[in-house]
Design a protein around this ligand. Structure first.
Ligand code: IVH
Length: 681
């Protein structure tokens, strides 16, 4: 799957298996895409596995619901299109997971029924990126990622930069050899890399796996070379050509050819690779894995159990996408107890006051956790958390620290929400129905000024790399910047920047280049970068299409914004409030001197074929998408609206049009088909 799949919508309610299966398949495709193509997963492996199982269960009960391209059948999916593709001669499959002991025992029971007593061999489940190497006449020819299991991406030059990967095999080898394993980054190297990136003011990585993936799939192999990649090899895809009869032999042969194997990595640890028999021995070893995992220099997310003998493997065969002779025993998500020492409040970019639990440092999933957001006063009440309490924490999505519950109350005083801003001492306010408590001092509160600048330069906004919080703080403290527009004066302030601690010529050059590069954003990104409350990326795009330019934005009216489909009265009101604030207008006007967003094609009022006309699109459109249709209308000076009124000129009705069609008929508004609309163009 090359294209970005659709983001899954809200999960449908009810138990209709067809609807649930369709939603699950969509969600899994989306998460495959995030995992494989973007290397930025949003859910944990455990959550992903949960969704997969649900879909498998429905498909087992209703085989007619299993599509040939169901995620339960297709492995992975999602390739970056900009790397060349490589077909795997032997598909790269995935492994069935056991999330707890009961599931593992069920697997062993089935195995015993199918194959009797078998010899097993266990290896770490490396948390990296799987990779295939093809050697011809002993020379490394091609290295590829797994991709969708059938076709991966060519990463040969990048893999050649990993020093431990043999370019030429030692000793005798078959004419063609296909070796598989995992590319990863050691924990220490990951920490050092992030430290360096942070010092350079660049974006840091979330975890070693993402770093490995991002590094290996760089188009420019020199960038891979600058990353401390490691690799381990555990499989030969064509063992018959190498006359290998079992996994133990394979590991030895791989070592002989010069590869790093699990045996090498586990030398001296109690987890050594050896053959075992029976569930009890394997489960005992898994317990050792759980104890030892954090002491290993690399990340693992479980243990892989393999049937040692290849003839037995063949007999057991492969299910739709995973072999019956392999099992991945996954570690449960980690929860740890610690003490909440105090509750502090932080001030966000929009003035939102967020309580944060400051905790006694505790290692969770290999990372030291000290802070966790408590979100708002309601959440504090729900948890019943007070300073001094013993709490259970975990990392949501294996990343974000979260307090799960209070384990033991210390009977301390309940946390009192402050009434004044901890940063600027303004009196805090609560707006309407909002749960959030805010500091209203948007211009003077240092926390908000910093937040606004960090948001303005963030990747999805103006994309100025090098302006992470710490750097912005330094620039603010030194008086070199004071708002987003002042960033554009930085190129004239080199000397000032050179005075800052840890700022050298190179870092300054990089930042200035980034600032220059940001001068011609799309209008949507510019609007998003302003940080208007309730205006996210999508809404910013809708507004950009409507207003067409910065001038158009400055003169936008409430009515005009309300007329945009996807923009409700709350958003319109917050845009108007933002634009009416003289400080914000001043900021936009100053930004106009430095930044020229690309104009969205926009006709002057009264111009264009559809000038003065309003179209409503309803029902299932087959000839064009709703977005395309709306662009076609706007490009011709017309308006697209989401609701039918007497002022609507045309309702374009696709199949199964419902209430809007009825309303059009009631009001006597002209209804046309998609073809009629196309003919009008
Ligand atoms: S054996 C069917 N051994 O885990 C492929 N795989 O979740 C079996 N993995 O794609 C390969 N550590 O990339 C094997 N010691 C190990 C592994 C391992 C990690 C990966 C592998 C596979 C993924 C499945």
């Amino acid at each position: 799957m090359d294209d970005q799949p659709e983001t899954p919508g809200k999960r449908p309610k009810g138990k209709d298996p067809a609807k649930q299966a369709a939603w699950l398949a969509g969600a899994l495709r989306w998460h495959n895409y995030l995992y494989y193509s973007k290397a930025e997963p949003e859910i944990t492996d455990a959550e992903y596995d949960g969704l997969m199982r649900e879909l498998e269960a429905i498909e087992t009960e209703h085989p007619d619901l299993r599509a040939p391209d169901s995620p339960t059948v297709e492995v992975g999916a999602g390739l970056r299109t900009d790397l060349a593709k490589v077909e795997h001669r032997v598909p790269m499959l995935s492994i069935e997971n056991a999330m707890n002991e009961a599931e593992a025992r069920a697997w062993f029971k089935r195995l015993a029924e199918d194959a009797g007593d078998v010899e097993l061999i266990c290896e770490p489940k490396y948390d990296g990126l799987s990779c295939e190497l093809v050697y011809e006449d002993g020379q490394l020819k091609v290295a590829s990622t797994r991709g969708d299991g059938k076709v991966g991406e060519d990463v040969t030059p990048n893999v050649k930069t990993i020093r431990s990967v043999p370019l030429k095999l030692k000793g005798k080898s078959p004419k063609r050899l296909e070796v598989r394993g995992e590319v990863y980054i050691e924990k220490k190297a990951f920490a050092e890399l992030n430290e360096r990136l942070e010092q350079e003011g660049a974006k840091t990585y979330v975890n070693p796996r993402n770093t490995a993936s991002g590094s290996l799939r760089q188009i420019d192999y020199r960038k891979s070379a600058a990353r401390p990649l490691s690799a381990v090899w555990y499989q030969v895809a064509n063992p018959e050509d190498a006359k290998l009869k079992n996994q133990a032999e394979t590991i030895k042969a791989l070592q002989g050819w010069g590869f790093v194997t699990s045996t090498d990595l586990l030398e001296g640890s109690p987890l050594q690779v050896k053959t075992l028999s029976g569930a009890d021995d394997v489960i005992a070893l898994f317990a050792k894995y759980q104890q030892q995992r954090h002491g290993l220099p690399f990340e693992i997310d479980g243990m892989v159990v393999k049937v040692n003998d290849y003839a037995q493997q063949q007999e057991l065969g492969v299910r739709s996408k995973s072999p019956r002779y392999l099992l991945a025993m996954k570690f449960p998500p980690e929860e740890k107890e610690t003490v909440c020492e105090k509750i502090e409040v932080q001030v966000g970019r929009t003035g939102a006051i967020t309580p944060v639990a400051i905790m006694k440092p505790v290692m969770v999933g290999g990372v030291t956790v000290t802070h966790a957001s408590l979100h708002n006063a309601d959440e504090i009440e729900r948890l019943g958390i007070r300073p001094g309490d013993t709490v259970m924490v975990h990392r949501a999505g294996d990343v974000i620290p979260q307090v799960l519950r209070v384990v033991k109350s210390a009977g301390g005083n309940a946390f009192k929400f402050p009434t004044r801003c901890p940063r600027c001492d303004s009196e805090l306010v609560k707006l309407g129905e909002e749960v959030v408590i805010r500091c209203p001092n948007h211009l003077g509160c240092p926390a908000q000024v910093m937040g606004a600048i960090v948001h303005f330069s963030s990747r999805t906004a103006m994309n100025i790399e090098g302006l992470a919080e710490k750097n912005v703080e330094q620039l603010l403290d030194a008086g070199l910047i004071h708002d987003p527009a002042s960033l554009y004066d930085l190129p004239g302030k080199r000397d000032g920047m050179l005075q800052l601690e840890r700022w050298g010529e190179k870092k300054i050059d990089n930042l200035i280049a980034e600032i220059e590069k940001s001068r011609t954003p799309t209008l949507a990104k510019f609007i998003y970068a302003l940080g208007i409350r309730n205006v996210g990326e999508t809404v910013a795009g809708l507004i950009a299409n409507e207003v067409g330019s910065i001038e158009g934005l400055l003169s936008a009216t409430d009515e005009q914004l309300n007329g945009i489909e996807g923009v409700g009265p709350i958003i319109a009101e917050s845009v108007i409030a933002f634009l009416h604030d003289p400080h914000n207008r001043g900021l936009i006007e100053r930004l106009q001197k430095h930044v020229q967003p690309k104009e969205v094609k926009k006709l002057a009022a009264g111009e264009g074929k559809f000038a003065g006309m309003t179209f409503v699109f309803t029902g299932a459109l087959t000839k064009f998408s709703r977005d395309e249709a709306e662009v076609m209308v706007r490009d011709r000076g017309g308006k697209a609206s989401g609701s039918v009124s007497k002022k609507t000129s045309y309702v374009v009705a696709g199949e199964k049009a419902g209430s809007k069609l009825k309303k059009a008929n009631d009001l006597g508004v002209k209804v046309i088909t998609e073809d009629d609309f196309l003919a009008m163009l």
